[in-house]
Write a protein that binds this ligand. Structure first.
Ligand code: ATP
Length: 262
């Protein structure tokens, strides 16, 4: 019998606090190689806290984060990034006064394989032709969507095994959001990277990701393949804002309070 491969990322019973407030607890998440895993939930559900804790930006209070079977909880963010776990934080943090190409090159700063770096740059320009058109412009002059593409491209230049995206659709049109998710699928297919993506646009996330977790008030309340989640009536009604029923529950109300820019 063939042995099952261990997952790329395994989060076990993770708990993170901000001062006296528990932002999330009892979190168990699995991300396998070359899978897109969506984390869905309303504002304040703990999604960003989860990504930031996995990436080493925040230390957990308890629990384990296993990346490639190695415990990394509480490690330095830079050391975690060097293992191949790259976070694109919310709000597209590009270097505004550097050109597009210099921003992308920054993502490959630790690499010495110059030919492969050039190939990766070409590939990113194929995914995002608008970045190629603007390669010598300051990143700060790009539109919101283009900056999001640049932030993703820069992370890919670092050859992630696991790419974590925190709300890539924030402030983007539905059309551009779909465009970003189609590229996320290409990143999975063409690089073999796994992607853990936090998203408030449930419909787009469920139709492009493989597996999904739904968070509510700091806990995981549902986990399944995206196909299965999208078919569950209770999940659609309470958490995804996709139902046909009238009147919103407290959960659905929280969900409907969409965030734009902070
Ligand atoms: P959003 O979509 O609004 O970013 P989220 O699901 O990502 O929501 P988090 O940002 O992880 O949620 O927040 C989880 C909880 O932790 C919320 O109650 C939030 O108010 C709280 N929180 C987040 N950041 C901090 C902080 N720096 N200090 C104190 N509390 C925080």
């Amino acid at each position: 019998m063939q042995a099952t491969r261990p997952p790329l990322l395994e989060v076990r019973n993770l708990e993170t606090w901000y001062g006296p407030v528990a932002a999330m607890s009892g979190i168990n998440i699995v991300v396998s190689n070359a899978r897109i895993v969506a984390v869905l939930g309303a504002n304040g559900a703990g999604k960003s806290t989860l990504l930031n804790t996995v990436a080493g930006v925040i230390d957990p209070f308890k629990g384990q984060v296993l990346f490639k079977q190695q415990e990394i909880q509480g490690h330095d963010a830079d050391a975690i990034s060097r293992l191949g776990l790259k976070l694109v934080p919310e709000g597209r943090q590009v270097f505004p006064f550097l050109s597009v190409v210099d921003n992308l090159s920054m993502g490959a700063y630790a690499r010495s394989d110059k030919d492969a770096v050039a190939k990766d740059l070409d590939r990113i320009y194929q995914w995002f032709p608008r970045l190629k058109e603007r390669e010598h412009q300051h990143a700060g002059l790009l539109s919101g969507g283009e900056q999001q593409m640049l932030a993703i491209g820069r992370a890919v230049m670092g050859q992630p095994k696991l790419l974590m995206l925190d709300e890539p659709s924030l402030g983007l049109s539905p059309l551009l959001t779909k465009e970003i998710f189609v590229i996320v699928q290409r990143i999975r297919d063409e690089t073999g990277a796994a992607i853990l993506v936090v998203e408030q646009n449930a419909a787009v996330a469920l139709s492009h990701a493989d597996d999904g977790y739904i968070m509510e008030l700091g806990r995981v309340v549902a986990a399944d393949t995206c196909v299965a989640l999208a078919q569950k009536t209770d999940v659609r009604d309470a958490y995804l804002g996709l139902s046909q029923t009238h009147g919103l529950s407290g959960t659905a109300k929280r969900w409907s309070q969409r965030k734009t820019w902070r």
